[in-house]
Write a protein that binds this ligand. Structure first.
Ligand code: GLU
Length: 479
């Protein structure tokens, strides 16, 4: 059997988007499931739209997710290189000459203004705009004289009449398009650079690509590509067009959508774990058999089955992402989560007088509940404030006449401690229960409010340990 080879072929016109990352992921899972190769190729022929650093950023973010290409511009296989389309212009040129020589393509000298006017006429007449083939039958002499006069030209494919382009899509099943609906489209632009639909065929063929998973926006490009395969007498790869990712309002994820972070780098910056993102994205439009939702990379590679790719749009469920990410955070060793969270804390708070042990203890308190690294900053304000600000309810609560005694007893117990550990503090709470005869809410709540200023918070003994002996005693003395 032929070795499976798939590719992810972004245009370096932007950073890695969730949709692109999912395309890359499904290609990768499919390749690895079949012991195949995952190729990263750059489709940079739309030169005005390319951005500085686009390629590096795509690659970096993919690798952060754990989607490591077997071949790429920076890790080429000499058999298939180069991997950037703009470095492959000679290859396309040779193929274009062949198409021209065999009557499959022709030079078109129509100006953009002429084409625009024609387009308007057709639209006004209620027709689907299509090139009128004005240059299709120019004689070789006419072509030569226009060229000699320096007239710019594009190269168009001569779309065959009455042809049907059909294929079995891995996701959608049988798909067919008729050639009569397709105008003679441009293979090579006036600047000599091929269009996407043309270059992609030559690249997929010459890089031995066997399967293509891509977004459904490319479905209508497929007949154009099949046409070129047929002209060259090449077998086309097997296609699978994946459905859209939609937001919670069932609208296509768009780059302007503010309710969802669109770029992988944003998740990295907020302290999501790459393995959790990998897991979450695998479930965006694909589902395994059974109920399991948490999978390692290797498990996903093992169970990936393209037949289970969804035929309907997949919803980007933020709460699910948070749930998955929290599951991964909980499983990771504390030191790793400290490493994840510390830079976020350092950005918001002054940590210069905090020991590493204190920071570790702080993060440990939130380890199990944390959804993503940066969230730590929304939770820990109380440990960085000098003054407590009690709300009305807390003030009201503290008016109970039994409270001063309870707090006095607790303060004395704390004062006796030589080691200010969580367990010792817990023991002081227990001893206070006995001695002050306070229990339940009347024991915990006054201690919590007096030391932390809030009525609900993380584990009480841990909180007091983080506040520190001196500050805790000082706060308790106020009652
Ligand atoms: N460069 C195309 C894109 O970014 C790739 C399309 C394809 O996979 O054929 O959408």
């Amino acid at each position: 059997m032929e070795k499976v080879r798939v590719r992810y072929a972004p245009s370096p016109t932007g950073h890695l988007h969730i949709g692109g990352a999912r395309t890359a992921l499904f290609n990768y899972l499919f390749a690895k499931h079949h012991n195949g190769d995952f190729v990263f190729r750059i489709e940079d022929t739309d030169i005005e739209r390319n951005i500085e650093g686009g390629e590096a950023s795509q690659l970096e973010n993919l690798e952060w997710l754990g989607i490591i290409p077997d071949e790429s511009p920076v890790n080429p296989n000499p058999k298939y290189a180069p991997y950037r389309q703009m470095e492959r212009l000679d290859i396309y040129k040779e193929r274009t000459q062949w198409l021209l020589d065999h009557g499959y393509a022709y030079k078109c000298f129509c100006t953009p203004e002429e084409l625009e006017a024609e387009h308007e006429l057709q639209t006004a007449a209620g027709l689907a705009p299509k090139y009128n083939r004005k240059c299709c039958d120019l004689t070789p002499e006419e072509v030569a004289s226009k060229e000699a006069a320096g007239m710019p030209y594009t190269i168009r494919v001569k779309v065959p009449d009455n042809e049907v382009y059909e294929f079995e899509d891995m996701i959608r099943g049988h798909v067919s398009f008729e050639s009569k609906d397709i105008g003679d489209w441009v293979l090579v632009k006036a600047n000599g650079i091929p269009t996407y639909n043309y270059a992609v065929v030559i690249d997929d063929h010459s890089m031995d690509i066997t399967h293509v998973f891509r977004g459904e926006e490319h479905l209508s490009n497929t007949p154009k590509q099949l046409m070129i395969y047929k002209m060259f007498g090449w077998d086309a790869p097997i296609f699978g067009h994946m459905t859209l990712i939609v937001n919670e309002n069932r609208k296509k994820l768009s780059k302007r959508d503010e309710t969802i972070m669109q770029f992988v780098s944003q998740y990295k910056e907020e302290g999501y774990l790459p393995d959790a993102m990998f897991n979450f994205m695998a479930l965006l439009g694909w589902s395994p058999e059974g109920e399991q939702e948490i999978f390692t990379h290797d498990e996903l590679i093992k169970v990936f089955d393209e037949h289970r790719l969804s035929k309907s749009p997949s919803m980007f469920d933020k709460s699910k992402l948070i749930w998955v990410n929290n599951r991964y955070i909980k499983e990771r060793p504390l030191e790793e989560i400290v490493k994840l969270c510390k830079p976020f804390l350092a950005e918001k708070y002054d940590l210069s007088n905090k020991s590493d042990e204190w920071i570790t203890n702080l993060i440990a308190v939130y380890h199990d509940q944390l959804s993503y690294g940066k969230e730590i900053c929304d939770l820990v304000d109380l440990f960085f404030e000098d003054e407590l600000h009690l709300d009305e309810e807390a003030v009201e609560f503290m008016k109970d006449e039994t409270i001063p005694n309870t707090l006095k007893v607790f303060k004395e117990k704390l004062e006796e401690l030589t080691e200010f550990t969580k367990d010792n503090i817990q023991a002081c709470i227990k001893a206070t229960q006995k001695e002050a005869k306070a229990k339940g809410k009347m024991l915990y709540m006054p201690i919590r409010i007096a030391t932390t200023g809030i009525m609900h918070g993380p584990d009480l003994a841990s909180s007091i340990m983080l506040i520190g002996k001196e500050t805790a005693i000082e706060r308790l003395s106020k009652y």
